[in-house]
Design a protein around this ligand. Structure first.
Ligand code: DX5
Ligand code: ZN
Length: 223
């Protein structure tokens, strides 16, 4: 792998009574992106938030807002989320049969476009549309909740995803999401991921601000 690791704290595990402070904490701790998990209670068995929260976070930071749509019919939200200040919209291949059209629509709206794959979904789901991808998100838990256990065989999937992107000369970010913590981050960095979502590991740490640097340090890169 090359380049610097990106750490993307997931605000799913933030304290919503002080969301603005938590965003500022992530920023001063050196977070690269802020990861925003949108769930609709249909694609996944949980409900979170929509455009209003994206807009609120956008007012507090200039960082990349990495919006992960765990929803059916994601195209219904593109316009509102782009207008709210999303930088990157990632949709699930399992929920989006017309990926080519949808990724292009995201880009037309001025956002970068990503595709997420559930643990059971093969990499083949994106092999025909690699030129359209700004980001490939490999789920290392079944989406829906924070604080779940990392699925160990995700490491091999990330290794194969890295090869697939390199062979296609793709510059897409390779992101991993779910169960990333002090014990798991170095294996996925070594496998070729470059962007790491972490919710529970950061917000439940004794010192959440410092934890961002600890996770980055475990990727073996000095910054
Ligand atoms: C899970 C979400 C994740 C979640 C990760 O469905 O997509 O982004 O916040 O949380 P942790 O890091 O606690 O596994
Ligand atoms: Zn996520």
């Amino acid at each position: 792998m090359s380049g610097q690791p990106r750490i993307a704290p997931s605000i799913l595990s933030a304290d919503f009574s002080k969301l603005g402070d938590d965003i500022a904490m992530c920023e001063s701790g050196g977070a690269d992106w802020i990861h925003i998990d949108v769930m609709d209670g249909r694609f996944v068995p949980n409900l979170t938030f929509g455009a209003k929260v994206i807009e609120t976070v956008r007012k507090r930071t200039a960082l990349t807002l990495d919006v992960h749509l765990m929803v059916v019919e994601p195209e219904k939200y593109f316009d509102d989320f782009a207008a709210a200040g999303a930088s990157l919209l990632t949709i699930h291949a399992e929920a989006a049969p017309h990926l080519h059209r949808q990724l292009n629509r995201i880009r037309e709206l001025g956002c970068r476009a990503g595709v997420a794959l559930n643990p059971a979904t093969p990499l083949d789901a994106v092999s025909e549309i690699l030129p359209e991808l700004d980001l490939l998100l490999i789920m290392s838990v079944n989406p829906g909740f924070g604080g779940q256990k990392f699925i160990p065989y995700s490491v091999d999937k990330i290794r194969r995803a890295r090869l697939m992107l390199d062979e296609a000369r793709s510059n897409a970010a390779l992101e991993v999401d779910g169960g990333i913590n002090r014990d798991t981050i170095s294996s996925v960095w070594e496998a070729g991921a470059d962007t790491f979502v972490a919710g529970n590991a950061i917000f439940s740490a004794k010192d959440p601000k410092a934890e961002i640097g600890v996770l980055r340090g475990l990727c073996g890169v000095t910054v």
